[in-house]
Write a protein that binds this ligand. Structure first.
Ligand code: ADP
Ligand code: MG
Length: 266
C-alpha cells in the first residue's frame, strides 16, 4: 500500500472515533413526538452548540445523554445513544456512574444552601470519599478550572448563596467538574447572566474543551458562533442541519437554517 493510502486510512479511523453517537433517535412524551429520527456524531474535545426556536427539542435531546429524561412522566425513546462505545440505554447501565461521566449545568445557577467548599465537595462526599486531603485538592482544582478560585479562596466556608449570579454559575460548573466527568452538558448556562459574567463563562468553556467534550444549548446565536466548533440546528423535533459552526453561519445548506440564523423566525 502506498503511504498516501495508509494516511487516508488512518485519517478515516481518526475521524470515526466519536465520543457521543446518536442513531435514529425518537422521543415521545406520551403521544407527542418531541424528537424525530435524529442521528448525530460528536467528536471528543469539541464544543457543539444546539440552536433552534423554543420548543424544538434541544433540551430533550441534550438530556438524553445523561438520561435525565428518565424522570419525566410519559417519556419514551427508541434508537441508540452511545457514549465511548457503550449503549447507555441498555439494561444494566449504572445511571449514577453515567451521570458522573456526563456532568450537567443548568440555565439557572442552582447552588445548594451550603458553603462554597461543601458545594464543590458534594459529589465527592456522596461518592463516599473521605480523604480530606484529596477532597481539598479536587475542590481547589475544580474552582481553578471554573475560574473562580481567586475570588473565593479566602471564603470557602461562606455560603454559596452570597455569591453573585455569575459566580454561582461558575460554582455550579466547579461542582460538576469536581467529580471528573469527561462530558459536559450545558443547557443555556448563561441566559440568566449579565454580559460580563457571560463572557467569563464563554472563555472558561473555551479552555475546558482541552479536557472535556461539551454540548451547549443556546438561544444566543452570537454565542454559538463564538464558542462552538460544531452547530446543530433543530426545528420542530428534527435535526435540520449539523455541521461546522463556520459553515452553518456563513453558508448553510438548508433554507430553514438560513432563515433562522438571519433572524427571519424564532
Ligand atoms: P427546547 O429546549 O428546544 O425549548 P424542549 O426539549 O424543552 O425544547 O421541548 C421540546 C418539545 O417537547 C416541546 O414541544 C415541549 O412542549 C415538549 N416537552 C418538553 N418537556 C416535556 C414534558 N416533560 N412533558 C411533555 N412535553 C414536554
Ligand atoms: Mg430548552
Amino acid at each position: 500500500m502506498t503511504k498516501k493510502n495508509i494516511d487516508i486510512q488512518t485519517e478515516a479511523l481518526v475521524v470515526e472515533k466519536y465520543k457521543l453517537h446518536a442513531k435514529n433517535v425518537n422521543v415521545f412524551y406520551d403521544d407527542f413526538q418531541a424528537i424525530k429520527n435524529i442521528s448525530m456524531n460528536i467528536k471528543p474535545n469539541s464544543i457543539t452548540s444546539f440552536i433552534g426556536p423554543s420548543g424544538c427539542g434541544k433540551s430533550t435531546f441534550l438530556r438524553l445523554f445523561n438520561r435525565m429524561n428518565d424522570y419525566v412522566e410519559g417519556f419514551k425513546m427508541d434508537g441508540r445513544i452511545v457514549i465511548d462505545d457503550a449503549n447507555i440505554y441498555k439494561k444494566g447501565i449504572m445511571v449514577e456512574q453515567l451521570r458522573k461521566e456526563v456532568g450537567m449545568v443548568f440555565q439557572k445557577p442552582n447552588p445548594f444552601p451550603k458553603s462554597i467548599y461543601d458545594n464543590v465537595a458534594y459529589g465527592l462526599t456522596i461518592q463516599g470519599i473521605k480523604d480530606k486531603k484529596l477532597i481539598d485538592q479536587r475542590v481547589e482544582k475544580a474552582l481553578k478550572q471554573a475560574d473562580l478560585w481567586n475570588e473565593v479562596k479566602d471564603k470557602l466556608k461562606k455560603s454559596a448563596l452570597a455569591l453573585s449570579g455569575g459566580q454561582q454559575q461558575r460554582l455550579c460548573i466547579a461542582r460538576t467538574l469536581a467529580v471528573e466527568p469527561s462530558i459536559l452538558l450545558m443547557d443555556e448556562p448563561t441566559s440568566a447572566l449579565d454580559p460580563i459574567s457571560t463572557a467569563k463563562i464563554e472563555e472558561l468553556i473555551h479552555h475546558l474543551k482541552e479536557e472535556y467534550t461539551i454540548i451547549i444549548v443556546t438561544h444566543n446565536m452570537q454565542q454559538a458562533s463564538r464558542i462552538s466548533d460544531y452547530t446543530a440546528f433543530f426545528y420542530l423535533g428534527e435535526l435540520i442541519e449539523f455541521d461546522k459552526t463556520k459553515k452553518i453561519f456563513t453558508n448553510p445548506e438548508k433554507k430553514q437554517t438560513e432563515n433562522y440564523i438571519t433572524g427571519r423566525f424564532g
